[in-house]
Design a protein around this ligand. Structure first.
Ligand SMILES: Nc1ncnc2c1ncn2[C@@H]1O[C@H](COP(=O)(O)OP(=O)(O)OP(=O)(O)O)[C@@H](O)[C@H]1O
Length: 987
């Protein structure tokens, strides 16, 4: 007895009503309920898988801490000093050279000697023509700057004419000696270390030198030359001021340098955990086919993705808050508004969530997610690095449109924003809401919002059109079709199904008939007159084919492998040499015709790799057939030939999935959920509603009137678990279940919500004999009202459950019919078992007497000794065999032991033996010979002439049928190959 059952569980399993029989259940899935259920599931899994959650939540925070350590360790007395050249006013400073104001001024007339001096310096030093431009007042000058900041380099407000400069200074100095002016330069575009690039210092050097010269000239001294190198002698540096001007701005602490240069890269780097988190969940659930199973249960892809993104993005809010906390506590940022930094990080994290989803489209294997994650890292950090090197670097002022376009890359937008904040912080400033629009941060935030939306859309779109190995690829224009959004009357091509796909109205099974055309005696012609037309062909597959294209080993490492193979598949079907060697086209399902009617279980048998799972996946709508059509309960499945390129309503699959229950070959369960949580989750995905108890189920049960719908649902789910004998274990986690228990839970899920079509792929694998029998009982009891397609390797199971059995070999149906038909048609025939008579001889005298008696009767005596007794077997093998062969000339002995002997009575016969009669006629003849044989044996046994105690007759087993069919297939294959070889040799 299985240790997992208690006494109650085992009490009379046969008479117990199943959940299906006890409750009226319907399925009405809604996206909202699915979203809630999936989000709760995600939260539970995250909480229970603490290691992974901690990694996703805290690794960005930890990385941020490292930045703080780096920052702290770089602080202190160590400063570096660099010498920077003083730039010219006309060094690449304007977007438009012609419309550029290199030097604007106001406050004194154009004829003022100071302007004359300056014009002389510009002519002597500046590489381009720099004409000082007069403005009537400061407002006019700033208006010109505001109108085109990129075309205005520097402006000087002179606070009066230079009259006090043109007189020699008074001895000891006085207020009248002062000359005041203000320089306006666009410092916001430049970091502190790039202060010189703002041309502030250049303008100052020019003005100071002009003022000095006026004073010198007033004192009769010659004027100094230009403060910048003369064009005629570029190497000259005058009076300590010039190209190698040493600015205080160049004494920059290393910490400050890290802030500016390293921060943006580091922040981008920190977000790796976000895309890794999403990627690992998606690839894992795809690989384990959990997502496929949930889809088959009626899950819409949108709630699935939204719940995942919600979960991740909510987590991102917390992660980003912690990161900001560390940035501010670690004093990397101090003056900037923390909420602005948090918003920038959060907006970027939303894009990272989308990156993870996009990557999951490209790699289907969780093992490859590290590579994919690394590729995203290179892309994000690399794109920002390139932009810094080529576009933003060196304090270049860039065109706003170029900047906006570059901000379409989220990493560039965040990198630029963080870089800007770091620079402003280093200059002891900060970014606040008041000055948000004056730097790139405001634009970066808008663009990060747009990027998050854009990349989320790209992820959502790619996920739909490249669902991976298992999944129904949506058409590329799916989101433009109203039916995807649930608009318009539901329409399915079923209404205009071609005749051959309509429910059959003939009297014999149409698939059988279709197959029978070619091999009339291999397929049973089943009379279906008693099946109402609307109950026929609940599952109907016509001529389905599937060709898989597999690439050479290296191709599997290519992102979007499936697309790659399709695009680059070489024209020759197989290549033996070159880089494309290893490409193969393999037809694994070769024109399969199947019908499963209501109240029927069709056992689907076949050797490993025969194509059972592929056929089942095609019927489920998870794999697109290369050819052929599938109709499930009147719905023509997407991808069917019969659709003839017509756009089937996008809701078809959802409609079918509402009516379908599946138990895939591999358990698709969440290890961290309990059995109860699992059935609850799938019940919500399926939208299971319990309307009440059936008449049968209400016997002896309390009225449902007082119960809420939730209570009824719980009761139903409880019953369902009881049906598979898991009620006692319902609060235990699936991870602690044995293989057989997991299978039982998968079977329960397949029957959840009263599906009209149930597809079971090897449901009892790994179950012990006792459990298997219980599950068989469940299947048998649940058969009413539905069509069940069951693949199995257990002949006993197919024999016990299958109303009809289809045997698939190499992608083709070999035969189909009831178990009896198959045994009659392909079996070894009957097995006649005879128990030999034995006598127990306790004393020698008695033994001798007995022996003598038997010798007198001409009976063979076999003596076998057991312990100290003598067992004597009295059996006349020759006489018995002769009698049997009189009725069945080709009868042979199969097993012969001391106690029993078994004869095989073949019923099929060879072509020669049939002598023109059909196989069916021959079988009938053989059956007719049985009564004669038995009458003959009975009379001989009664006369004590055979030494036979009892006789039993059994039909050949299905296993023997299967083996004999496989042998036949192998023999045919060999013969074909030999014939081909011979014909090649003779050429
Ligand atoms: N995605 C795929 N790409 C390429 N070949 C595939 C793919 N899936 C299945 N095949 C091939 O198709 C053939 C049929 O596989 P399938 O899984 O349908 O067989 P099966 O009858 O269910 O076998 P088993 O009894 O072992 O489960 C096999 O040769 C398999 O290698």
């Amino acid at each position: 007895m299985s240790p997992n059952h208690n006494k109650n569980d085992l009490a009379d399993p046969v008479s117990r009503l199943t959940a299906q029989a006890s409750y009226n259940v319907i399925s009405l899935p809604t996206a909202k309920q699915q979203l809630v259920a999936l989000t709760i599931k995600n939260i539970k899994i995250r909480i229970r898988d603490l290691a992974q959650t901690m990694y996703v939540l805290f690794s960005p925070v930890w990385m941020m801490l490292i930045l703080v350590f780096l920052h702290l360790s770089a602080k202190g007395p160590a400063h570096h000093m660099s010498v920077k050249a003083l730039p010219f006013l006309s060094d690449d400073t304007c977007v438009s050279t012609t419309a550029c104001t290199y030097f604007g001024y106001t406050g004194l007339p154009a004829t003022d000697p100071i302007i004359t001096e300056l014009t002389g310096f510009f002519t002597a030093s500046e590489p381009k023509s720099v004409v000082p431009k007069f403005y009537t007042d400061e407002a006019a000058m700033t208006a010109a700057y505001d109108a085109s900041p990129k075309n205005f380099v520097v402006g000087v407000v002179f606070l009066g004419p230079s009259t006090n400069l043109t007189t020699p200074p008074t001895a000891g100095g006085s207020a009248a000696d002062l000359y005041q002016y203000t320089i306006l330069a666009n410092h916001t575009s430049y970091s502190n270390s790039e202060y010189l690039n703002s041309r502030f210092a250049t303008a100052q050097a020019y003005v100071e030198r002009a003022a000095i010269n006026l004073r010198r000239k007033a004192s009769g001294k010659p004027g100094l030359s230009s403060p910048l190198p003369l064009k005629t002698d570029p190497g000259t540096v005058n009076s300590g001021v010039g190209r190698t001007f040493i600015s205080y701005a160049n004494f920059v602490g290393l910490g400050s340098s890290i802030n500016q240069d390293l921060n943006p890269y580091y922040v981008i780097f920190c977000f790796q955990a976000v895309w890794v988190g999403v990627l690992s969940v998606l690839t894992e659930e795809k690989k384990k086919k959990i997502r496929m199973a949930m889809t088959m249960m009626g899950m819409h892809r949108d709630p699935y993705l939204i719940s995942l993104w919600l979960m991740q993005n909510i987590q991102n809010l917390a992660t980003c808050a912690l990161m900001v906390m560390i940035l501010f506590v670690g004093k990397i940022f101090t003056n900037t508004n923390a909420f602005i930094v948090w918003l920038i990080l959060v907006l970027f994290s939303f894009s990272c969530t989308a990156f993870g989803t996009i990557a999951s489209v490209m790699v289907s294997d969780p093992k490859k997610s590290n590579t994919a994650s690394f590729m995203i890292l290179i892309w994000t950090v690399g794109s920002f690095g390139l932009c810094m090197a080529l576009v933003f670097g060196g304090g270049k002022v860039i065109d706003p449109t170029t900047e906006t376009l570059l901000f379409l890359l989220p990493s560039v937008a965040i990198g630029r924003a963080i870089s800007y904040i770091s620079n402003v912080e280093a200059a002891l400033g900060g970014v606040t809401f008041a000055n948000l629009s004056s730097g790139p941060c405001g634009k970066a935030m808008w663009m990060l919002t747009l990027d998050a939306i854009l990349f989320t859309f790209i992820a959502w779109y790619l996920d739909a059109i490249f669902p991976g190995e298992y999944g129904n690829a949506l058409p590329f224009d799916f989101f433009l079709r109203p039916s995807y959004w649930g608009f318009g009357q539901y329409q399915n091509a079923a209404e205009i199904l071609p005749n051959n796909l309509q429910r059959p109205t003939n009297t014999v099974d149409s698939a059988g008939a279709a197959n029978a055309k070619e091999h009339s005696d291999m397929f049973e012609q089943v009379d279906i007159t008693h099946i109402p037309i609307e109950d026929r062909s609940i599952i109907s597959a016509r001529g389905i084919r599937k060709v898989y294209t597999t690439g050479p080993g290296w191709a599997y490492s290519v992102p979007l492998y499936g697309l790659f193979v399709r695009l680059f598949y070489p024209p020759k079907s197989e290549r033996k040499t070159g880089p494309f060697a290893g490409y193969q086209r393999q037809e694994v399902v070769k024109g399969l015709d199947l019908e499963v009617h209501k109240n029927e279980i069709l056992g689907f048998l076949g050797h490993n790799g025969a194509g059972k799972t592929t056929s089942l996946s095609i019927i489920m709508g998870m794999v697109k057939p290369s050819a052929g059509s599938v109709v499930v309960n009147g719905h023509l499945m997407p991808g069917s030939d019969a659709a003839g390129g017509r756009k089937i309503d996008m809701r078809t699959l959802t409609e079918v999935q509402k009516q379908m229950g599946v138990c895939p070959q591999h358990d698709v369960l969440f290890e961290t959920l309990s059995a109860w949580e699992t059935v609850q989750l799938y019940a919500t995905i399926k939208g299971v509603k319990v309307l009440g108890r059936t008449n049968a189920g209400s016997t002896g049960s309390p009225s449902t009137g007082s119960q809420s719908s939730q209570q009824l649902l719980d009761e139903y789910l409880d019953h369902l678990l009881e049906d598979v004998y898991l009620k006692e274990k319902k609060h235990e986690r699936v991870a602690t279940f044995s293989g057989g228990m997991k299978r039982k839970l998968s079977v329960a899920l397949a029957f959840l919500g009263d599906p009209k079509v149930v597809l079971l792929d090897e449901p009892t694998t790994g179950m012990d004999v006792f459990t298997r029998k219980q599950v068989w009982q469940l299947m048998q009891d649940s058969k009413a009202g539905r069509a069940i397609l069951l693949t199995t390797h257990s002949m006993e199971e197919a024999d016990a459950l299958g109303d009809r059995i289809a045997i698939l070999s190499d992608g083709q149906l070999q035969t189909m019919g009831s178990s009896l038909f198959l045994k009659n048609r392909f079996g070894l025939g009957y097995r006649l078992s005879l128990e030999k008579r034995r006598v127990m001889l306790t004393d020698q005298r008695h033994a001798a007497q007995q022996k003598q008696n038997h010798y007198n009767n001409n009976l063979e005596i076999q003596a076998t000794s057991t312990m100290d007794e003598v067992n004597t077997v009295l059996f006349d093998e020759e006489r018995t065999t002769a009698i049997i062969q009189q009725h069945f000339p080709d009868a042979t002995i199969d097993v012969n032991t001391a106690t029993d002997i078994t004869y095989v009575l073949p019923t099929t016969g060879t072509v020669e033996q049939r002598n023109g009669r059909s196989a069916q006629e021959y079988i009938q003849d053989k059956k007719a010979a049985l009564p004669g044989l038995f009458a003959h044996l009975d009379s001989e046994i009664a006369a004590n002439r055979l030494g036979v105690k009892s006789v039993g007759l059994s039909l050949t087993t299905l296993e023997e049928v299967f083996v004999s069919l496989q042998e036949q297939e192998e023999a045919e294959k060999l013969a074909k190959e030999e014939a081909e070889n011979n014909s090649n040799d003779s050429k």
